[in-house]
Ligand binder design. Structure first.
Ligand code: SF4
Length: 449
């Protein structure tokens, strides 16, 4: 019997930089390439072509992207660049004339075509006939048990420190039925947690005039509350990121109290001082937000609030910064991320007067981190003795322990729950855990048998 030797599939190496949204783009591109018969290469040496998905949000991210391109050129030589820095094709080409192609963010067809050109796919009648359903909905770069679901691209706002709208354009929402179909496939393939992302999740569907689409015999509007309710019916954790505090956000809180959506809101407030928020041109700049936080907690007491803040924005005085610290003392947010203001090429904020000196930015950064660590430690300490549901992320066979996350913890950005006994658990399991200890960011416990 003569065995047919299958031709070797071309291999693509991937360097994915940037935010979760860029990661979703990488997943989409790799899913398509995989469907076209490509294999992934875990290293430069085995790759026929290396794809670098870049981030161009901050100058430091651009520098990191250029460094990654340089490394891929040195190590492999056959490089295709995509992502946010694709807008700066001239800069990339003048620095690295050997780059094979440069494409921009969300130019899926272009980047896939560039990879086809660089390393042509080999038709493979055997492999190409495998039904897509048997391969799962996509080649995922995140662990199988959680998935990011991008519901829109672009943004209609013009925050003074941000160049995303000029990179990614105006808001373009996906149809709700397309999002729900993708979410269903992800759940069928083993996802236990859906992380909803976009530049502005509360604005979802504005461009579609919140029209309704038929879905499973009912009408679902392109609106955050409808979408959250439907995703909540899929029986997995649903976590909402990048939510701006528009008035209709209040209507999502009862869904959290009902258990349809995780009691978790990631709201990038960025500042609290009305003067600085105006100067930042932030959307949904609501002076009543502290009062609303109290109301949200009265409807859903276990809600966890996460936010990020920029310190040292031009014109920020000590008084403005102290206002922010006082606000945080009252708001008692569960998780806080802080950034020192960094002027990004093309951002309107660069033209503002009264820049804050670097050493003052650093001091303010240290002060806000110290305060938020104290608040976080106190909040976590109050969980000792309680039993919390935990989604297991990893199991350490050597130590016999495991780690996972409670409903209050998003992957990568929030804390973890460390289990001293993995008790035969596997990643993706959701189990009750009795909390025994805590520190500034993490919890420690043991599964409840
Ligand atoms: S809301 Fe503001 S910070 Fe967020 S993407 Fe839009 S312009 Fe940028």
């Amino acid at each position: 019997m003569t065995l047919m030797t299958l031709p070797r599939a071309p291999r693509v190496g991937l360097v994915s930089l940037g935010c979760p949204k860029a990661l979703v783009d990488s997943e989409r591109i790799m899913t398509k390439l995989r469907a076209d018969g490509y294999d992934m290469s875990p290293d430069y040496a085995g790759a026929d072509v290396v794809l670098v998905n870049t981030c161009g949000f901050l100058d430091s991210a651009k520098a990191e992207s250029l460094e990654a391109i340089g490394e891929a050129i040195a190590e492999n030589g056959r490089v295709v660049v995509t992502g946010c820095m694709g807008k700066d094709a001239d800069v990339i080409r003048s620095r690295f004339p050997g780059v094979l192609a440069v494409t921009g963010p969300q130019q899926y067809d272009e980047v896939v075509a560039a990879v086809h050109e660089a390393a042509p796919p080999v038709p493979n009648a055997f492999l190409d006939l495998v039904p897509a359903a048997n391969l799962g909905p996509g080649l995922k770069l995140t662990p199988r048990h959680y998935s990011y679901v991008k519901i829109s691209e672009g943004c209609n706002h013009r925050c003074a420190f941000c160049i995303i709208p000029s990179l990614r354009g105006e808001l373009v929402s996906r149809r709700p039925d397309a999002i729900l179909r993708e979410a269903e496939k992800l759940v069928a393939a083993g996802t236990r947690e859906l992380l909803v992302i976009s530049q502005d999740t509360s604005a979802y569907g504005v461009d579609l005039r919140h029209s309704a689409w038929p879905w499973k015999g009912r009408e679902v509007r392109a609106h955050m509350t409808d979408l959250a309710r439907e995703l909540g019916q899929l029986g997995v954790w649903v976590r909402l990121h990048y939510v701006y505090p528009y008035p209709h956000v209040d209507r999502v809180i009862p869904l959290m109290a009902e258990g349809l959506v995780l009691p978790y809101l990631d709201i990038p407030f960025q500042h609290a001082s009305p003067k600085i928020l105006r100067s930042m041109r932030r959307p949904a700049n609501d002076a009543r937000v502290l009062q609303r936080i109290v109301e949200w907690r009265s409807i859903c007491p276990e809600i966890a609030l996460r936010s990020s803040f920029v310190v040292g924005f031009p014109g920020e005085t000590e008084e403005d910064f102290q206002y922010l610290l006082d606000w945080l003392e009252v708001a008692q947010l569960d998780r806080v991320g802080a950034f020192r203001f960094e002027p990004v090429e093309g951002a309107a904020a660069n033209a503002l007067p009264d820049p804050v000196p670097d050493e003052v930015k650093q001091q303010r950064f240290d002060r806000i981190m110290e305060l938020s660590a104290r608040i976080s430690a106190e909040k976590l300490r109050s969980k000792i003795g309680k039993s919390l549901e935990v989604l297991i992320d990893s199991v350490d066979k050597e130590t016999g322990g495991a780690s996972g996350r409670s409903k209050a913890d998003a992957p990568e950005i929030d804390g973890e729950v460390h289990l001293r006994d993995s008790a035969g658990l596997n990643p993706g399991d959701i189990v009750p855990v009795r909390i025994e200890d805590s520190d500034e960011h993490d919890l420690y416990g043991v599964p409840v048998t």
